[in-house]
Design a binder for this molecule. Structure first.
Ligand SMILES: NC(=O)c1ccc[n+]([C@@H]2O[C@H](COP(=O)([O-])OP(=O)(O)OC[C@H]3O[C@@H](n4cnc5c(N)ncnc54)[C@H](OP(=O)(O)O)[C@@H]3O)[C@@H](O)[C@H]2O)c1
Length: 335
């Protein structure tokens, strides 16, 4: 019998949103067939927006934050899962429409649950989390659309962030050269990007974005976490038949470009969406991340592990762009 437990919930107070650590009960949580004792969660950009109240991420409040979790099944009314099973959940609307993973217990729909793949521990799977999973989707979509190392370097924007860090590692492992287009220029960030495998580091702030519908083609393809002017620049500078995985909007949600790169260079803009996707794809991507795609630098990518109490401060740092790599949140820890 679970009494009360700790949870980081986001409340709406007048027009503002506030994350608060409090004690709640299972009956406070959104409906689902599977109750999970949470071992780890992690911080994604979206979690940071929700917890700091910078954007409205939850569709109704109060709502437990956290779009990712790993843990052990406590009880399940769905026969696929038994108490003691190790599982993970990423996306599937938790921490948004449904209560999420930044709590000691979570209750989620069975359709959202993925059995922990052999090859990843409960903490490693949160070192990847939605960020790593999303980088995996980008790799898969770009390979399916015939991206090849001979086409030239893959430009990764927001490369010191979660998605960017894993993307560098994944593309390097597939034999691509990688250019990290970053806003950070410290010796520490350079060392970090080289450790991940970046062949070239480009200072985003001194990059000449150009303004013509097409500029000199420089990149074989790109994984973009920023949107806005940076994504527009990538459309103008990717070589013929290259792919751009559009992942994020850390800079801006707008896109001001022309059709010229698409019709004169055959460039493809691929949408990358991690929240809802066919379950078979979800299982396949986790399987690859646990085996041949597993980043060798996973321990260094997830450089820090924090407690639930430290989450609000860590979210503010993430929004301020001060973090290198991923942040794991230890809740119950490995059983
Ligand atoms: N499509 C999907 O399903 C999906 C899934 C996951 C994430 N996302 C989105 O992808 C983006 C990256 O997510 P993440 O979890 O990797 O976030 P993150 O860990 O916070 O990393 C974002 C990186 O972007 C750069 N950055 C941050 N603020 C910026 C700004 N105002 N202008 C320009 N660059 C900025 C920084 O890298 P540098 O300092 O190295 O430049 C930062 O490390 C976010 O927009 C997130 O919402 C989308």
């Amino acid at each position: 019998m679970i009494a009360t437990f700790k949870a980081l919930r986001v409340h709406q107070v007048d027009k503002a949103f506030q994350g608060r650590l409090e004690r709640i009960q299972l009956s406070d949580l959104s409906a689902g067939e599977v109750v999970i004792r949470v071992a780890y969660s992690c911080l994604n950009y979206k979690d940071a927006l929700a917890v700091t109240g910078k954007s409205r991420i939850m569709r109704s409040m109060p709502r437990v934050a956290g779009i990712d979790l790993s843990g052990v099944v406590e009880s399940s009314s769905d026969a696929q899962y038994l108490p003691g099973d190790k599982v993970l959940v990423t996306g599937c609307n938790i921490g948004e429409l449904l209560d999420g993973g930044l709590a000691e217990f979570a209750r989620v729909p069975a359709a959202a649950v993925v059995p922990l793949p052999r090859g990843l521990s409960l903490s490693e799977v949160m070192a990847l989390g939605t960020a790593g999973f999303t980088a995996g989707i980008a790799l898969r979509r770009m390979l399916e659309n015939h991206q090849a190392p001979e086409q030239g370097p893959i430009a990764v924007t927001g490369p010191t962030g979660g998605v960017g860090s894993v993307a560098i590692s994944l593309f390097k492992k597939q034999g691509f050269t990688v250019a990290a287009i970053t806003g950070k220029t410290t010796p520490e960030s350079e060392k970090y990007l080289r450790m991940l495998g970046a062949d070239e580091i480009v200072d985003r702030n001194s990059l000449d974005l150009g303004s013509k519908p097409m500029e000199t083609a420089r990149w074989g393809g790109a994984v973009d976490n920023l949107g806005g002017d940076t994504l527009a620049y990538l459309t103008r500078t990717v070589k013929p038949w290259g792919n751009i995985g559009s992942v994020g909007l850390a800079q801006n949600f707008s896109l001001n470009t022309t059709v010229m790169p698409f019709i004169l260079r055959g460039v493809s803009l691929l949408g990358i969406h991690s929240v809802e996707m066919p379950r078979a794809w979800r299982l396949q991507i986790w399987q690859r991340l646990a085996t041949d795609w597993k980043p060798a630098q996973l321990k260094d990518i997830a450089g820090r592990t924090i407690s639930l109490e430290q989450v609000p401060q860590a979210c503010a740092e993430l929004i301020a762009g001060q973090v290198l790599g991923r942040t794991i949140v230890r809740i119950g820890g490995e059983p």
